[in-house]
Design a protein around this ligand. Structure first.
Ligand code: BG6
Ligand code: MG
Length: 226
């Protein structure tokens, strides 16, 4: 039943995995600083307090939910139409910043892990809340690289709901119990667990004790065939 992955980093547990589903932002590529700059610009224009701590709460959360978190710092009541305009404006700022994204922004260890999974016929997919997923994959030269992509454009409920990971598994035609997720957001760890998948917490989520495995980044990922 697939390959056995051994992650030496944590506890030498062995598990059968047929697919690995990667979150995009903060796992494959670092877009944190661009999201932060774009939201900070919007908050400044709307005279709403915003800092890095508030920004952390937006990790893994959809654009509209992120906006709600930021607007909770304002006394003003925004209409649905105004909120749509704000979200669109933030995305315009973000898209300008994404222009400078290149394969050099792929995070450490990522390509080695992806290539080794591919060479052993373990399926790889993206499961991201971002509606900019395709643009980002294109910019970093990984368009067409994954066996399946499920993103913010495909789903109704964003992480911590499991929808995006279940959809990725469905597109791979692999049962959730054979899937492992790699995530940097607490919301994503919850989503993976709710999907009945194994989960590796990296980056910010390497502190999340609910993750089955935890590591600073993917350079710590070790595995071998059964
Ligand atoms: C997630 C990010 O991957 O995508 C969140 O961690 C972001 O911070 C969300 O809000 C939605 O992104 P986008 O690109 O659709 O605005
Ligand atoms: Mg992320």
């Amino acid at each position: 039943v697939g390959y056995k992955i051994i992650i030496y980093q944590e506890c030498r547990k062995i598990m059968s995995i047929k697919a690995v589903i990667f979150d995009l932002d903060g796992v494959i590529v670092s877009t944190d600083q661009y999201h932060y700059k774009a939201w900070a610009q919007l908050a400044y224009e709307e005279e709403i307090y915003f800092d890095k701590e508030i920004n952390e709460r937006l990790r893994g959360v959809s654009r509209t939910e992120s906006l709600e978190i930021i607007l909770s710092g304002s006394d003003k009541q925004y209409t649905t139409k105004e909120k749509e305009e704000l979200a669109a404006r933030k995305n315009r700022y973000y898209r300008v910043l994404l222009e400078s994204l290149s394969p050099a922004d792929i995070l450490p260890g990522v390509m080695k892990v992806l290539d080794s999974l591919k060479s052993r016929n373990i399926k790889i997919a993206i499961g991201s809340s971002s509606k900019n997923t395709r643009v980002i994959l294109n910019k970093i030269g990984l368009k067409g690289y994954f066996d399946a992509v499920a993103d913010g454009c495909d789903i109704c409920k964003s992480k911590p709901d499991p929808e995006v990971f279940l959809l990725a598994a469905e597109r791979l035609n692999i049962a959730p119990k054979y899937c492992m997720v790699v995530e940097d957001a607490d919301a994503g760890i919850e989503a993976a667990l709710a999907a009945g998948m194994k989960v590796v917490g990296v980056g910010f989520a390497s502190a999340n004790k609910k993750a089955h495995y935890r590591m600073k980044d993917l350079t710590f990922f070790r595995w071998k065939n059964a």
